[in-house]
Write a protein that binds this ligand. Sequence first.
Ligand SMILES: O=c1ccn([C@@H]2O[C@H](COP(=O)(O)O)[C@@H](O)[C@H]2O)c(=O)[nH]1
Length: 489
Amino acid sequence: MDEAFVEQCVLDLYKIEAIKFGSFTLKSGMQSPFYFDLRTVVSHPKIMETVAKLLWAARPSSTYDLVCGVAYTGLPIAAIMSLREDIPMLIRRKETKGYGTKKLVEGSYTKGQRCLMVEDVIVSGSSVYETVETLRELGLEVKDAVVFLDRQQGGAANLNATGINVVSVLGIIKLMSILYKHGCITSEVLESVKEFVSTHNETSIKTKDKASYKNGVLVKDRKHCTYESRVTTTDHPLASTLFELMSTKKTNLCVAADVTTSQELLALADKVGAHICLLKTHVDILQDFSQDTIDKLKALAEKHNFLLFEDRKFGDIGNTVAQQYGGGSHNIVEWAHLVTAHGLPGDGIIKGLMSAANGRTRGCVLVAQMSSEGTLTSQEYVQGCTKMAEKHTYFVVGMVSQSNVSSDPRFILFTPGVQLKKAGDTLGQQYVTPKAAVLERGADVIIVGRGITQAEDPAAAALIYKEEGYAAYLERIEQKLENPSAVGS
Ligand SMILES: O=c1ccn([C@@H]2O[C@H](COP(=O)(O)O)[C@@H](O)[C@H]2O)c(=O)[nH]1
C-alpha cells in the first residue's frame, strides 16, 4: 500500500470532517474522545473512490467471488469495488422486509462462494460479525474482512476468534500520528487518544457459537456450541436427531427408568415423555419383559418424541457383543436407538456392535467414566475411550462421563449421578446437581433416575430437572471462553 496515498487520504478525510474530536457516545454506550464518521464520504465521490481503492489494495487474498459491505457505510464503498473490479456484490439488510420476498440478503450467490467483507471502521467487530453470520448461514465462505480504520479496541481479535481475518488500512494510532505530523491536532489531543486506546483496548461481541484456537486452527468448543448448531456438526444421524429434539423440546434430560415391571415402565414413560430427550432403560431389570412392552415403549417414544437408550454396558469381545446386541431374549438392536458399551475390550466391541446393527441407524455411547465411588477409570483410560470414539464417529455418538472428557462438538457427553438434593446412596452412587453436571462437568445430557422415579409426582419432578438442566445449558453457552483471545459475551 502506498504510504503517501494513505496519508493524503487521511488529510482529505480530516478536511471533510470525517474525523472529529470531543466527547462521543458509541453504539455500545462507551464514551470516546474521537469519532470517525466515514458516512461523510458519500458527498465526496473522489475521496470515496480512494477509500475503496485502499481497501481493495489491503485485501488479504486476491480471489473473491463476491464483495459485501456492512450496512450502511460499507455499502457504497463495496459498490465502488464491485464496479471497478467487476465482482458481484451482496447487500445484507439490517432487518428483514415484512413484505415481498422477505429476504435478508439481496443479490445472487451460490453456496461455497468466497465473499470479502467491507467495513469502514471497527470497534468490537459486532457489525461485521452479524453480517458474516448471516452470509455463513446461507452457505457462503466468509473468512476475510477489510476495514478502513481499526480503532484498536479489540475488534480484530474478537473477529479472529470467530474465524474472520481482519486487515485494516490503518489503526487509530497511525491515523493520529499522521494528523499530528501535519499539524492538524495538538500533542494533548494525540496523548488523550493514546491514553483512551491504551485503557479501552478490550471489547467483546455476542456470538451464537463461541470458538477458540487449537494449534492455530479454529475449533468450536463443544461447551459453547448450541445444540441447534451441533445438528449439522456431528457425523452421526442419531446425534443430529437428538440435538434437534433437545433444541426443539428445550430439554437435556434423560430419565433412567430403573423400574421392575412393564406397567411401571410404560406409565413412567408416558408421564415424563413430554419433558425428556431420552428414556434410559435397563431392560434386564424387568420381571416381565416382552415384545409387547417394547412395542408400547416405541409407541410412547413416537408420541412424545424421545429416543430409547438401553444402558446395557456391553463389555465383551466383538463376537460375543454382536450376539448379545443383535439377538438373545432382548434383541436390543431392534428397538434401542442408543446403547452403552465399555471401551475396556478395545475397538473390536464397536465393530461387533456395528456388525449386529447391520446398517440400521443405531449408535453407541462409550462409558468413559463412572459416577460411583472408587471407580477405576484413570485419565489414561478416558483418553483411550476418547480416541476410540474419534476413530468411530459414524457409530459412537458420545461418552458417559463425569468431567469434560472432550471439547469436540460432535460428541455428546451423558452424565449420570444427578440429583437435586442427595449426595449419594448406600451402595456407592455419588450425586451432583443438574447445574454442576452441566456447568462444572460439561454434561450435554443429564441422566436422572431415582430423583424422578421415586418422587411423589414423577412428571412434576421431571419438569423441575428439565428446567434446571436446560437453564444451566443456556448459562454455559453464554459463558466466556477460558482462552484469553476468545470472544467474550
Ligand atoms: O457411571 C454411571 C453410569 C450409569 N449410571 C446409571 O445411571 C442411572 C442413575 O440412577 P440414579 O437413580 O439417578 O442414581 C442408573 O441407571 C445407573 O445404572 C450411573 O449411575 N453411573
